[in-house]
Design a protein around this ligand. Sequence first.
Ligand code: TA6
Length: 307
Amino acid sequence: MVTDLDASDLERLNTEFGRAGAVRFIQSELGGAVVELVTPQAVATVALHGAHVLSFEPRGAKPVLWMSPAAVIAEGKGIRGGIPVCWPWFAAHPTDVSKPDHGFVRKAGWRVAQTSADASRAGVELIFTDLDAFTHLWPYKCELTVRVTLTDVLQVDVTTVNLGDTAFTLTGALHTYFAISEISETSVHGLEQVTYLDKLQDFARETQDGAIAFPGEVDRIYEDTTGDVTIRDAGNGRIIRVAKQGSRSTVVWNPWVEKSARLGDMPPGTYRGMVCVETTNAGGDVVTLEPRAVHRLSAIISVEPLT
Ligand code: TA6
């Protein structure tokens, strides 16, 4: 398994791709190999499994991303927390419910393509090289990469290149789990008056009235929205800003009590410390990629003091 590397594999990766003081490969306590990115302003870690950002911590600040205490890195399994890469479809497959929710690349190993570093930034680009093993799920020739760039800001880019001679449609997400102090003291802003599909009402279309609060489970696809979304994390005295490119939809989700229990890797009560603000191509936001076309889905995450 690409992601369960031994010491000699880590040594080889550090020799080939390590950058002194900025990029190193280590064994994660979740299991599996991770890339640690270090800049003067922040630290982040990225699992080779799923090209999955596990953590983002500006220096002196609390973790920005939430990770379930029950999260593990295992072949064929998604990691509950951080930034799952949902590709080549978002949530249930549009025509075949037997296919895995949120696609398949978040549950498999990726390889290192390149790394970069300078005085203020560190980055890694991972590539999914096993698409040939998934033609039963996705019969198209593509190049799929995830680039993670860290300064004091975390940027994640998912790039799809259509290498084939037929067009295909694509949905997906950077399904980001944010750490917040307490869900009852948290609100999400920037989606006021935006229409959304409410998954809890069989995708009925509604309009957002004011900021988003969380009196219970929330699972919504906001449509035709390209602006920044902010999370007011009052308990931590901060604003988490989610900017984006290549996306016209945003998903906001908190599973609350019953859904958390059904998920199986969210211990009781942990839903109170998290909220998902997902950078998506979801709902009606479907990307059609012509031959040789490129689609890039980007999330840019930063933290500001609550003034
Ligand atoms: O993005 C929200 C959502 O679609 C929820 O409905 C829930 O299913 C969540 O994704 C997590 O999905 P997962 O397959 O990771 O358990």
